[in-house]
Structures are given as structure tokens and as C-alpha cells.
Design a protein around this ligand. Structure first.
Ligand code: NAD
Length: 310
């Protein structure tokens, strides 16, 4: 049983009504520490470092921040990392050629192409040009297919991180009704597949909602677990869930703020309205985001171990 889970049990003994605040930041820190230890053992045995390559096209502010933090994470756990920063006018052919050269490089264990890409580049084509063996984002059609069939694959980082959080915090999922809001390929759809699959976490009855869902509240009010990934700050309000539901807030939106950065991060869930009503909730920041970053490290290590037969 993990330390965070024991803490949660102790807190509930003192205040059984209190919502569990799922500490994604703390959990990710502890899990990253384990990766660091494992990597150090492999290196001490004479193996090379795991190596993650990232491609960033253009100068979108949020994408730059994400890539920089992935680089720092690699450094922390002892991975090598290479970031290819390309101008926004890079042609699709040039990008595909770079991906092909990385696919052929035996020393690279993981390759990610930061999305979104500029409009003149076909993202689906790019995603499917990455060798599925090093597609540590898990976006390649083959890896998505494997996920759908419950075969071993790279589960994309955000859904993977959420599954680990649910597991670590012992959130009951079997036979529960899970409502996923958002059907994107990177969050909502894989989440819906994972929550309905056999095993734990999973075995839930899943409803997937999207922009054309009628009377969304009638669905969310029936949910034991709500996973919200729409990208609209404070979208899920207090009157949209039943007492005791668990809320996973995936949304991250930058809103203007009077601080040094000029912005702050806002989730899709209205935390203040929900916290006294739900049984558990992930905060923003400090919830799903850090666990997503952990998911990428986990997948890169998995690829490395496969390549080196460790
Ligand atoms: P997306 O824009 O691809 O998808 C949004 C989804 O929301 C769509 O499926 C759409 O149908 C649905 N939607 C929009 N309006 C709706 C409405 N009124 N009612 C019901 N559904 C509605 O977004 P995405 O890539 O899935 O990301 C969603 C959010 O999660 C964004 O804020 C993004 O920044 C964030 N995100 C966070 C992480 C993380 O690590 N925490 C990772 C990925 C994405």
C-alpha cells in the first residue's frame, strides 16, 4: 500500500466527509524517484542511458513550456534527451524525413512530436510515421488499436497517469458509472476505453459525452466518476455532480492573471464548488498534469528496457 493511500485513510478517520484531494504532484514526484533509481542501476551495470527525442514545430507558448518541462524531467531521472526545435514554416516532407532518421537511430528509445502542429502539416500522417516501437505518446494507429484490444502497448501519457492515480488512491471503479466529458484521441476516447476494460482500474459502465451531447447535466448527475477534458475553465459546476462522486479534472487553460507570468492555470472543474460535494478530486495545477509527465517517462523506460532486453 502506498504512502499517499495510507495518508488518505488516516485523514478520513478524522473527517469521513472530507473529499480526498488527489495529489498528482506528490505521487508523480515519488514515482519519478523510482524511475531515477532504476535508471541509475541500469547505468551502473554498464548500460547506456534511456534517450527521449522530441520535435517541436513553431513557437506556441504552451507547447514550448511542455517540451521544456519534458526535457527537465528527463534530466531529473537520468535520461538523455534531444529536442529538435523547428521553425513553423517547416515543410511536412522535412518533418517526415527527420522522423524517419530518428526511427532508424538505434540509440533513441522514445520519439514524441509535440501537438498541435502548424495547419499545413497533416498531424495524423506525422503521428503514423513514428515507429510504433518508439511511439511513447501512444498516438500511432497501431498502438491505439492495441489499447482498444487490451493488448500490451504504450498507453498515452494522460490516460495512463489518470489510471495510476485512481489505482494509487484506491478509487473504486468496478461496476461504477463513469462519465467522460470530451472525446479527443489523446484523452477522452482512450479514457473511455480504459475505464470499461477488464481489471482494475476499469470494469466501469462508461458514458462518453461531447459537444453535441444533449442535457449533459442529466448524465453527469448519474456518475460515480466524472472525467472532464473539454478545455473550458470551470465547465463542471457543483450542481452537475451527485454527492460523493469522484472528479478527475484534465483541463488546463491559461487565463490572464496579475502575477509575474501574466497567467494562471485553470481546470475544467469548478474546484471550489465541487470540493465539498465530491469524494475525491484532482486539483489544477498539481493533479493530472504531473502524472502525464510521469506517463511519458514510464513509456520511454518501457521502450528502453525492451530494446536492451532488461
Ligand atoms: P480537444 O479540444 O481535443 O477536445 C475537447 C472535447 O471537449 C471535444 O471532444 C468536444 O466534443 C468536447 N466538448 C467541447 N465543448 C463541450 C461541451 N459544451 N459539452 C461537452 N463536451 C464538450 O481537447 P483535449 O486535447 O482532449 O484537451 C482537453 C483539455 O485537457 C484541454 O484543456 C487540454 O489543455 C487539457 N489537457 C491536459 C492534459 C494534462 O496533462 N493535464 C493533457 C492533455 C490535455
Amino acid at each position: 500500500m502506498s504512502r499517499s493511500f495510507i495518508m488518505v485513510i488516516l485523514l478520513h478517520i478524522f473527517d469521513p466527509q472530507m473529499a480526498t484531494i488527489i495529489d498528482g504532484k506528490g505521487l508523480a514526484l515519488s514515482l519519478r524517484g523510482k524511475i531515477k533509481e532504476e535508471v541509475s542501476q541500469y547505468k551502473n551495470s554498464g548500460n547506456r542511458s534511456p534517450h527521449l527525442a522530441a520535435i517541436l514545430v513553431g513557437d506556441d507558448g504552451a507547447s514550448k513550456t511542455y517540451v521544456n518541462s519534458k526535457e527537465r524531467d528527463c534530466d531529473f531521472v537520468g535520461f538523455d534527451s534531444t529536442v529538435h526545435r523547428l521553425p513553423s514554416e517547416t515543410s511536412e516532407n522535412d518533418l517526415l524525413a527527420l522522423i524517419e532518421s530518428i526511427n532508424l537511430n538505434d540509440q533513441i528509445d522514445g520519439l514524441i512530436v509535440q501537438l498541435p502542429l502548424p495547419k499545413h502539416i497533416d498531424s495524423a500522417k506525422v503521428t503514423d510515421s513514428i515507429d510504433p516501437k518508439i511511439d511513447v505518446d501512444g498516438f500511432h494507429t497501431i498502438n491505439v488499436g492495441r489499447l482498444t484490444k487490451n493488448e500490451d502497448t504504450y498507453i498515452s501519457a494522460t490516460p495512463f497517469g489518470i489510471m495510476i492515480m485512481l489505482e494509487e488512491y484506491g478509487i473504486e471503479t468496478k461496476g461504477k458509472h463513469c462519465v467522460v466529458i470530451g472525446r479527443s484521441n489523446i484523452v477522452g476516447r482512450p479514457m473511455s476505453i480504459l475505464m470499461s476494460r477488464g481489471g482494475y482500474p476499469g470494469e466501469s459502465t462508461v458514458t462518453i459525452c461531447h459537444r453535441h451531447t444533449q442535457d449533459l447535466k442529466s448524465h453527469t448527475l448519474m456518475a460515480d466518476i466524472v472525467i472532464v477534458a473539454v478545455g473550458k475553465p470551470h465547465f463542471l459546476k457543483g450542481d452537475m455532480i451527485k454527492d460523493g462522486a469522484a472528479v478527475v479534472d484534465v483541463g488546463i487553460t491559461r487565463v490572464d492573471a496579475d502575477n509575474a507570468k501574466g497567467y494562471e492555470l485553470r481546470g475544467d472543474a469548478h474546484y471550489d464548488e465541487l470540493v465539498d460535494k465530491c469524494s475525491a478530486i484532482t486539483p489544477v495545477p498539481g493533479g493530472v498534469g504531473p502524472m502525464t509527465r510521469y506517463g511519458l517517462l514510464y513509456n520511454t523506460l518501457k521502450s528502453y528496457k525492451r530494446k536492451l532486453n532488461l
